[in-house]
Ligand binder design. Structure first.
Ligand code: PAZ
Length: 394
């Protein structure tokens, strides 16, 4: 996910793209072992690293004993802090819908799920009732007084939602009871990279039964630690004389942000962190003419197993799967009916059309993640068989 450029000049509203963004940086290459050493020694591990590693180790042991497959899903956007004591940061659009929705379908397919997600992004199950479009209070109503408890107020699910809510609740409780879902939040790009590496290594005992489903929108550019300002960046060149004469001007009025490329660790994941696991990455573009080319390029560059391409504008309705087996011949498009918000409104006003047999595309019956997960699970199964056939073990 591209969040910016090597130098962003935000000063003048009429500035055109070419002047605002300086792309004179070397093109991206896959990070190798020395890049890994350099990154992970020059940047600080996040405070939660040890705790998450220990919880993942336990989770993996538990599901290994139960002979379950495990999927590590990454979800949501990563932030790029501009200051160590962070007031400002660069972010991206991702809400975590892809990751949270896919997690539910993987759980349904019998997987245990490690959900490495951006803090406060969407979560499996609660996503149906959270965030601004679906305020959970709209799903509730006041319950009528119960005999014997006349003075006790209570809330209940509104009748029109209660079937769906009960079904979601049952799945959620099942996942909790069976310890099938490990929720691990992150915020920054740095935490994400440290955690991905550590958790992938902890999944090593799973062998080919480990699946990596990298749906997070990961920043392409960041401020390396040695160049990061400790304190809040001042708007103008603050100096003590301004306390005496407030009109004294600062020198720099523009904010020039000089970002480095984030090392592309996918190849390290494939070759070193999880060599037996199946690795699926996502590729987001906005220009449809380059989507397939970029998917193929990613496969070639990182040698992983599957790239799922999507366009920002249509990502909820269409994706393309490009496989390492035959990346040129066999892109597989998956599409679901586009949700018609207007019809959805009509539907809430009246159920007449539904009674007349017109079926609306609802969230439940048309989520593209259901199809994606079916395809990925099928390919993962085939790969496990291939590994067993080739090596005699998982
Ligand atoms: O989180 P979301 O559902 O809003 O968006 C999903 C997505 C577009 C971030 C994901 O499908 C994806 O393409 N992730 C990889 C982005 C990239 O680094 O190219």
């Amino acid at each position: 996910m591209s969040v910016g450029a090597s130098s962003i000049n935000t000063a003048h509203p009429s500035q055109d793209y070419a002047n605002a963004i300086d792309r004179n940086v070397p093109s991206f290459t896959a990070a190798e072992a020395p890049d890994e050493n350099s990154y992970f020694t020059n940047n600080l591990p996040p405070p939660e690293l040890e705790e998450y590693s220990a919880r993942t180790e336990e989770f993996v042991k538990h599901h290994f004993r139960h002979q379950r497959r495990i999927v590590l899903i990454t979800s949501g956007g990563t932030t790029v802090p501009l200051e160590n004591q962070t007031v400002r940061f660069i972010d991206n659009f991702s809400a975590g819908t892809r990751g949270a929705t896919s997690a539910e379908y993987f759980l349904e397919a019998g997987y245990a799920v490690i959900f490495l997600h951006r803090q406060f992004s969407l979560l499996p199950y609660s996503r149906h009732y959270s965030h601004s479009t679906n305020c959970f209070l709209d799903f509730l109503s006041e319950a009528p007084p119960i005999d014997g408890y006349a003075k006790k107020s209570a809330v209940m699910a509104r009748a029109e939602y209660s079937d769906t809510m009960l079904s979601v609740l049952r799945k959620y409780n099942h996942a909790k009871r069976e310890n099938l879902l490990l929720l691990l939040p992150f915020t920054t790009i740095n935490s994400y990279l440290f955690l991905l590496r550590a958790l992938a290594m902890k999944m090593e005992p799973m062998g080919s039964k480990a699946l990596f489903y990298l749906a997070a929108a990961v920043s392409d550019f960041f401020v390396p630690r040695e160049r990061m300002s400790e304190h809040k960046i001042q708007s103008g060149d603050f100096n003590e004389s301004q306390l005496v004469d407030p009109s004294a001007s600062g020198v720099g009025k523009k904010l020039i942000i000089d970002l480095d490329p984030v090392p592309k660790f996918l190849k390290r994941l494939v070759e070193s962190w999880a060599p037996k696991g199946m690795i699926v990455s996502f590729k987001l573009e906005t220009d449809e003419t380059i989507l397939l080319k970029k998917c193929r390029l990613a496969l070639k560059r990182y040698s992983h197993h599957l790239v799922i391409g999507n366009l920002l504008q249509t990502r909820k309705f269409q994706v393309v799967l490009v496989d390492s087996v035959d990346p040129v011949k066999q892109p597989r498009w998956l599409t679901v009916a586009q949700r018609d918000e207007h019809k959805e409104d009509e539907k809430s006003a009246s159920n007449a059309d539904e009674k007349n047999g017109v079926k609306f595309a609802t969230k439940q019956d048309s989520e593209i993640e259901e199809q994606i997960v079916i395809e990925v699970v099928r390919r993962h199964g085939a790969r496990i068989w291939d590994v067993v056939a080739a090596t005699g073990s998982l």
